[in-house]
Ligand binder design. Structure first.
Ligand code: FAD
Length: 527
């Protein structure tokens, strides 16, 4: 275990820990090296959002789950429980969720990456799965599992996120309508609770902890290992985009696609507020395609909508028969859709390139200095009944011509989410025809380039985001934030609604001193 100390506030706690554990203890900044120290300190107070910058007092780089358990056990047994502790996966939060002001940040990537892939034999019952450390990135798991022709079923759009980080939120992408979010595809977890207990849990063993941690915003324990369900990976993917100038037709076709899980493997979509946004979208088509639909000749509508869907292609190398059959599937699906004639594009790519598509956009933005800039994102779940009103609310609150970044919008199906997990989905409307299956996820993934949007402008975007989120949470729309950021306990109570009592009881059970994940700003510390 390595520790980098930045002030004396937590030194005594660390000293006790170091005396009792066979770990490497770095007592002074000189041991660590001044540049390393600075780097570590700044990375622990930094995230993808670049809006909140809270410095910790110390950074722990554990070598094993036991190091984390030791820290939290000593911590809760001693009088040092005022020090908060945050796990940091890949630090791709937006509003400081993995930071710990004057506390201890645990950098999960320091635990040696350990991925074990089990491929089910034909004569064996059960399933294929991977055992993987909580700090491992999804892209690392993909690379490893593909070696055996396998892959996880459910994804996020971007793969350089940690297993523990996305399982603490949900993990959503275009496969969610079919397989549920990533948290619906986990068989077992190893968790260190806020009290320091290292527990293996599953739907049948310590199930309360298992469900609490999934979507639990890091509040109940630190995920040190996850068993992830795997399936056969296709070799290729047919990836299609179709455009619309009418919102109802667009959502009608999206809902048609998610009603055909036997044919369709992935469904997303986005709003095109201006033509430039096609280039800056995080769901970029491969650059060589020179993808740039020309709307002017087709329609005078100002805002367009794009459906993106994909069909897996299990072609064996060189065989054209399978290729034809996946083309037939796409043809069969397309015939039932109502996109603008001639505005449909398709490409065939390897499964890895398809899943890793946002990396291309990252590289592009990095090369232009546009990746490490503020990202005032807003993500919301919106019930089907409120989606049109929400879209109008969004468009009223942005200037289409200078909006930078994609606006994703696509349907999910409520019954693919396990209600025992901690995620807060919008309540299903009562009355009418009962449970409304379709819930949309809408992501306003905005960038604020300091060259054109300075501090006042960023504040203005954040203020507008809050207004949109408040208006959408109340009344007819009935939305809820995903990757939520709320200013007060009252807002969090509202966020969890009828599940608040369960969430608070789980906190009391697994992290009674309120040590974990202070950056979420949910629970005040217990002193
Ligand atoms: P961090 O930011 O490091 O941590 C997030 C929270 O989880 C913190 O509270 C932290 O304390 C806690 N935490 C971290 N590791 C652990 C652990 N091992 N155990 C317990 N708690 C832990 N999300 C989607 O669902 N779908 C997407 O398509 C998607 N695309 C994205 C694209 C980009 C470019 C970015 C920046 C984010 C995207 N996200 C997406 C959001 C992402 O899933 C979350 O921000 C997630 O938390 C990032 O994982 P991380 O490892 O960076 O987490």
């Amino acid at each position: 275990m390595e520790f980098a100390l930045f002030c004396t506030k937590v030194n005594i706690l660390i000293l006790i820990l170091a005396l009792c554990s066979p770990c490497k203890f770095i007592q002074s900044p000189m041991d660590y090296g001044p540049s390393n120290l600075l780097e570590t300190k700044s990375s622990a107070s930094l995230d993808f959002g670049r809006i909140v910058f809270n410095s910790p007092s110390a950074v722990l780089r554990p070598q094993s789950p036991r190091d984390i358990s030791l820290l939290l056990t000593f911590h809760s047994a001693s009088s040092f429980s005022k020090v908060a502790v945050a796990a940091r996966g890949a630090g791709h939060s937006i509003y400081g969720q993995a930071q710990a002001i004057d506390g201890i940040v645990i950098e999960m990537d320091s635990i040696p990456s350990d991925i074990y892939v089990h491929k089910k034999r034909d004569d064996e019952s059960g399933v294929s799965y991977a055992d993987v450390g909580g700090g491992v990135l999804w892209v690392e798991l993909l690379e490893e599992s593909l070696k055996l022709g396998l892959a996880p079923r459910s994804w996020t759009d971007y793969l350089y996120l940690s297993i523990g980080g996305t399982l603490s939120n949900g993990g959503i992408s275009g496969q969610t309508f079919k397989y549920g979010p990533q948290i619906s595809n986990v068989l077992q977890l190893d968790v260190v609770t806020g009290k320091g207990d290292l527990i293996t849990c599953s739907p049948t063993s310590s199930s309360e902890l298992f469900y609490a941690v999934l979507g639990g915003l890091g509040q109940f324990g630190i995920i040190t290992r996850a068993r992830i369900l795997l399936q056969d990976a296709p070799q290729k993917v047919k990836w299609i985009r179709a455009f619309y100038d009418d919102f109802d037709t667009f959502t009608g076709d999206q809902e048609l696609l998610v009603s055909m899980p036997e044919l369709v493997d992935y469904v997303e979509g986005f709003i095109v507020p201006n033509e430039q946004s096609l280039l800056s979208t995080s769901v970029a088509f491969p650059a060589h395609l020179g993808f740039m639909p020309d709307f002017h000749h087709v329609s005078s509508a100002k805002v367009y909508y794009c459906i993106e869907f994909a069909v897996h292609d299990f072609q064996a190398e060189g065989t054209s028969a399978e290729q034809v059959s996946s083309s037939l599937v796409v043809e069969k699906i397309s015939k039932q859709m109502s996109y603008m004639p001639s505005l449909v594009y398709s490409v065939e790519v390897s499964y890895f390139d398809f899943l890793n598509r946002v990396r291309m956009e990252e590289m592009n933005l990095r090369s232009r200095g546009l990746w490490e800039i503020p990202h005032p994102w807003l993500n919301m779940f919106v019930p089907k009944s409120g989606i049109k009103e929400f879209k109008d609310l969004l468009l009223e609150n942005i200037s289409p011509n200078d909006f930078e970044g994609p606006i994703l919008i696509y349907p999910l199906l409520r019954d693919k989410w396990d209600a025992n997990t901690s995620v807060a989905l919008p309540d299903a409307p009562t009355g009418g025809d009962g449970v409304e299956q379709v819930v949309y996820i809408v992501g306003m993934l905005r960038s604020a380039n300091p060259a054109s949007c300075a501090a006042g402008c960023l504040d203005d975007i954040l203020r507008r985001n809050r207004q949109i989120a408040e208006a959408a949470s109340a009344g007819r729309i009935g939305g809820k934030q995903y990757l939520a950021h709320h200013p007060s306990l009252l807002h969090w109570r509202d966020h969890f609604g009828r599940h608040w009592n369960r969430f608070a009881a789980r906190k009391n059970l697994f992290d009674p001193l309120g040590v974990l994940a202070p950056g979420q700003g949910i629970f005040p510390r217990v002193h």
